[in-house]
Design a protein around this ligand. Sequence first.
Ligand SMILES: NC(=O)c1ccc[n+]([C@@H]2O[C@H](COP(=O)([O-])OP(=O)(O)OC[C@H]3O[C@@H](n4cnc5c(N)ncnc54)[C@H](O)[C@@H]3O)[C@@H](O)[C@H]2O)c1
Length: 408
Amino acid sequence: MYLTPEQKLVGRRNFWRMAVRGSNPDRFKIETCVPRHLTGGPVKGAIVGVGRQGAGALLEACHKDFIDIQAICDINPVHRTLASQQLVAAGWKQPREYEDWQEMAQKEKLEVVIVATPLWTHAEIAIGFLQAGVNVLCEKMMAYDVVSCHRMLDASRSYHRLLEIGYPRFYEPLYQAVYENFIRPKVLGDIHYVRLHTHRNQSWRWDEKAPSSSYNPSRWGYPDWETLANWRMYNRYSHGLVSELGSHQISLVEWFLGSTGQSVYGSGGINCYKDGREVDDHIFMTFNHPQACTVELSVILSNSFGGLYEEFLGSNGTLIMSDLEGGMFFPKEAGCVMGEPVAGKDETTPCKSNWDVAFRTEVWSFCSAVRQGTPLLCGPERALKSATAALAGKKAIATRSRVEISTL
Ligand SMILES: NC(=O)c1ccc[n+]([C@@H]2O[C@H](COP(=O)([O-])OP(=O)(O)OC[C@H]3O[C@@H](n4cnc5c(N)ncnc54)[C@H](O)[C@@H]3O)[C@@H](O)[C@H]2O)c1
């Protein structure tokens, strides 16, 4: 994405004028993004997996007005202690601590559980809680394989409990506004090409200290501390860049296009970090969607130029959602500025996504769905489809071939 400062300014003006029309400004601020109060008081909740995402993003997103976190579970005692301290500091009672999720499922009387453990455990833990009568908000990607995704969906239906998969874009007010103001009214015309980029210049490796010199996670399926700390790097636990990063953008594009890819080509490799990892550090996929739309995804770890963005190229204009530059819209007529200025907006500043708002909205919406029957915005059916496409992409890379997505 090469744009002059003047082009960026025009793109941002157009975006501000179109994207936030009709949106309630309170929904974009962390203090006011959700109503907080629920009929019947906060839901009784717990969390399994309080690592970077569980403690860093999801517990931060919780508020005691709408969720009463009664228990936490993690096989890492240091993570448990830190998460308990975090909750007490934020005003909750001292949570009960478990290292075994099955014991927690048996002993606690919960309405909801948040699952933020490594990918390979999602199906087993989510199904265990659904079976115990608990509604489950499970982190993305839905599960390690397609069969496990189906098992999760079946369990949610058989035990009549809600299951949501944590894709924050579905709950991010800016993406919702873009859907309502650009995508639904077809402002971009016919979209035949989409580019999805997640570009970083970092190894993706975590250098965290083990809880103690004698800590041994082998009974949980991790042969040593390195494997637990860097589970994303190893095939048994994760599908690497596609499940951990690419699946966010694959699910977004399926939402915006209203379709799932029919087939996918792929390539990739461990091109940069020869450090013992098993998963590729560069992946490239080309999905063919119906209505002759081609979607290119690239996720790389050797260069962060352009960062994270999605670019929708339609016959009537181009829409860019960028973490660095904010949203930009370029109608077909070059240099054209659309509509009237939005009162109170500085159109020169980038209009960016706010992930804190997205996670709070996600957790609140899940609690509201459980208590008040409001709809889930992603839902397990959609998450299953995008996981199927992501896994087909991984297979295409491994086999250097075109993979039909429906035949997986
Ligand atoms: N939605 C997002 O934007 C987003 C961002 C980052 C991570 N994630 C997802 O969140 C999940 C966790 O990722 P992370 O970055 O927090 O990883 P992490 O390694 O930082 O945390 C995982 C935690 O799970 C614990 N754990 C592992 N196996 C367990 C088990 N059997 N029972 C209980 N605890 C167990 C680990 O000890 C660790 O504390 C993954 O599914 C990942 O894809 C989502």
